[in-house]
Write a protein that binds this ligand. Structure first.
Ligand SMILES: C[S@@+](CC[C@H](N)C(=O)[O-])C[C@H]1O[C@@H](n2cnc3c(N)ncnc32)[C@H](O)[C@@H]1O
Length: 664
């Protein structure tokens, strides 16, 4: 590759630092520091042997007087009397205009700027190949920490004026435990200039990423067991369910185990989960996607689902909805933000920390968004005991009675879910059974005729879950299982969508059977009493061949896709980690090549930063002086609200809004 002629510069703004042949020298070039170039290196040769002798000598004597790269940089004394920015840039420009560009080789990295509080950095480069390679690899291991590497772009600049640079992110949580250094980043990207591009960077997903839709229907009613008992939650409930494909379920569990095993791989770079996330985003870009339109990811999924099934098509104006197990409330917000529907909303969700010791307890982040409580068109219901626990039969009755008293609801949307370390692996579906049952019973107890029901589910392997799906086909005209693209492809989640709620004797019978089962659970914690015997037994279900066939297709397809996605993500995460570790090793060898030149450059940047700081200080002083002057009270400025209004995104842990967008 021909040696390119790039000049160090890096004005006050690091993004302006790239100097391309044929363009003017970048402003901010510090005279005297590099007015004599530190040396000439050819890209394809070792620096010491190929630098011309006189320049090499010049370089050596020059370098003898500057500190060698070290991790605790000190401000050199000669920078103490730096001119103010205006003087500096005037002198710089004068000095550079006189300078004829000479061929020289400078390190690929121009500058590194780390944002410690966010755990990220911007690395400005002069070597396009390094940038392209780093972006193609997507990840790196720097100072033993996994980082994500993306193209750095500046919103205000058009495409062809974007700086050459990368955005590196490892997150503030990792940074708090172990820091990635600017020097480590600089060394890594400099060394990358001599690293060959690994094979197989453009791996693709094993199957197309599309929304999955499976219609379910039944041929007629089946006998129901109205004397439920507690059932054992164990692996055989999952393997031997009506789906008839234990092999697929076993494959899925193997794939999940491989994901678990990733944590045991030696040697462990820190923040390894990043590799899985990056692998998933590469293979399945929509899966688990965080959008900007909703308060949380649940909103994203509901919107995709709603569009796909026409959830809101033909909903009568001024209808009511119930957002069941809906905290913190992105679904309610989605529905309330449809002015053309003018809907009235009700919410029912578990109050944080309301459960007994040993129960699964909701946290503050699950509590309703405060904006909902302030909305005149929305009301929170809490059930008889005020806990909002739907598993308690009296709470369910209390809530549905209140809704019936106001005429029922047209939409019942249920997104109940919980996780707990006490749930044995691969049995989430079984521990979720009673909540699903309670959600279906709630819908059947408060929906208006023709009403619609959405309910989140996990896998549907057991006879108990399958029987609830069967009963749904008896309660509604149209039933389907939908997995939106935004729902994690490697996760068990999917949604039941049912429309055309039926009234009549069969509905009354089904409701009574559901009610019996719910009463049997007697509000016990799902961790204590997870599973009950199926309302429609496996033998009965086998009589409806149409339903069974559709159920099998749905279960096996989603099982196959989940296992395939997990396997592909594991393979890709391992591959990404391997290439990142190899590149880190290779790059460390080559970084020495740039050590001296990088040291010179760092001094330049230190000078620039000092100039920048001085300018900032000057501005601050001027502002302080201005503010110190007595000001008249301006009443209309005193109580301005937030400009962002009520819909900024939230911190998952605290349920508080982010004050500014930031990578985490
Ligand atoms: C995935 S979140 C719902 C997210 C919501 N759809 C949104 O848009 O923000 C699941 C919710 O189910 C609630 N939940 C779990 N068990 C419950 C129970 N027994 N009764 C009521 N709510 C429950 C959780 O507290 C949590 O708020």
């Amino acid at each position: 590759m021909a040696a390119q002629t790039f000049y160090a510069g890096g004005g006050l703004n690091p993004d302006a630092a790239v100097f391309i042949p044929g363009q003017k020298a970048a402003p901010g070039f510090i005279p005297g520091l590099l007015s004599k170039p530190p040396g000439v290196f050819k890209a394809t040769a070792e620096p010491a042997s190929e630098a011309p002798a006189n320049e090499k000598d010049q370089l050596l004597s020059f370098l003898a007087n500057i500190p060698t790269p070290n991790r605790n940089r000190q401000m050199p004394s000669f920078l103490a009397n730096i001119p103010t920015p205006n003087q500096a840039s005037a002198e710089v420009q004068k000095a550079n205009v006189k300078e004829e560009p000479k061929e020289q080789e400078l390190p690929p990295v121009i500058s590194v700027r780390k944002m410690t509080s966010k755990g990220c950095a911007i690395v400005i480069l002069r070597d396009r190949r390094v940038m392209e390679l780093a972006i193609a690899m997507k990840v790196a291991v720097v100072d033993g920490i996994c980082i994500e590497v993306r193209r750095h772009t500046r919103d205000k600049l058009p495409k062809d004026e974007q700086p050459l640079g990368v955005f590196c992110a490892w997150g503030f949580r990792v940074e708090r435990r172990m820091a990635v250094s600017e020097e480590g980043l600089e060394e890594y990207f400099n060394g990358l200039s001599k690293v060959a591009q690994p094979e197989g960077l453009d791996e693709e997903a094993p199957f197309e990423e599309t929304l999955q839709y499976f219609a379910l229907s039944s041929q007629g009613p089946l006998a129901m067991d109205t004397k439920p008992k507690a059932d054992r939650a164990n692996a055989s409930q999952m393997l031997d369910g009506p789906h008839g494909r234990p092999d697929l379920v076993n494959n899925l569990w193997d794939a999940k185990q491989q994901l678990e095993d990733l944590w045991q791989r030696p040697p462990p770079p820190m923040g390894r989960s990043l590799m899985q996330r990056v692998a998933r985003e590469q293979l399945f870009p929509h899966s688990g996607k965080e959008g900007t339109e909703h308060e949380n990811r649940a909103g994203e999924k509901l919107e995709e689902l709603a569009t796909a099934v026409g959830l809101l098509d033909g909903v009568p104006k001024n209808s009511s909805f119930l957002d069941l197990c809906g905290g913190p409330g992105a679904w309610s917000q989605f529905l309330l933000e449809k002015p053309e529907l003018a809907m009235k909303g009700f919410g029912f969700t578990l109050r944080s920390h309301s459960g007994e010791k040993g129960d699964w307890n909701a946290e503050e982040k699950d509590d309703w968004y405060p904006e909902l409580a302030e909305n005149r068109n929305w009301t929170a219901l809490w059930g008889e005991d005020g806990t909002g626990d739907l598993l308690k039969p009296k709470n369910l009755e209390h809530c549905t009675q209140q809704l019936r008293d106001q005429g029922g609801v047209f939409l019942c949307l249920a997104d109940g879910g919980f996780s707990d370390k006490a749930i044995p692996p691969n049995q989430l579906e079984l521990y979720f059974y009673r909540l699903f049952l309670a959600e279906l019973l709630t819908a059947a107890s408060c929906l208006q005729p023709g009403g619609r029901f959405v309910c989140k589910l996990y896998t549907s392997c057991s006879a108990a879950t399958s029987s609830l799906l069967f009963l749904t086909t008896r309660l509604f005209d149209d039933v389907a299982i939908v997995k939106p693209m935004t729902s994690r492809v490697a996760g068990p989640e999917r949604y039941l969508y049912a429309s055309g709620f039926r009234q009549g004797a069969e509905t009354t019978e089904v409701r009574a059977a559901l009610s019996q089962s719910q009463a049997f659970g007697a509000g016990a914690s799902p961790l204590e009493t997870p599973l009950l015997t199926p309302i429609v037994g496996a033998n009965e279900l086998s009589k409806d061949t149409q339903f069974l066939e559709q159920l099998r297709t749905m279960v096996s397809t989603l099982c196959f896709r989940q296992a395939g996605a997990l396997q592909a993500i594991v393979d890709q995460a391992v591959y990404l980690e391997d290439i990142a570790l190899d590149a880190a090793e290779e790059s460390a060898k080559h970084a020495k090549y740039w050590e001296a030149a990088a040291a010179v450059q760092r001094e330049i940047h230190m000078a620039e930063r000092a100039v920048e700081r001085a300018a900032k200080q000057e501005r601050r002083d001027a502002e302080n002086a201005e503010n110190a002057r007595p000001v008249q009270n301006v009443p209309w400025q005193a109580s301005k609200g937030s400009k962002t209004g009520g819909h900024g995104r939230r911190d998952r842990n605290t349920n508080k809004k982010f004050s500014q967008a930031g990578w985490q």
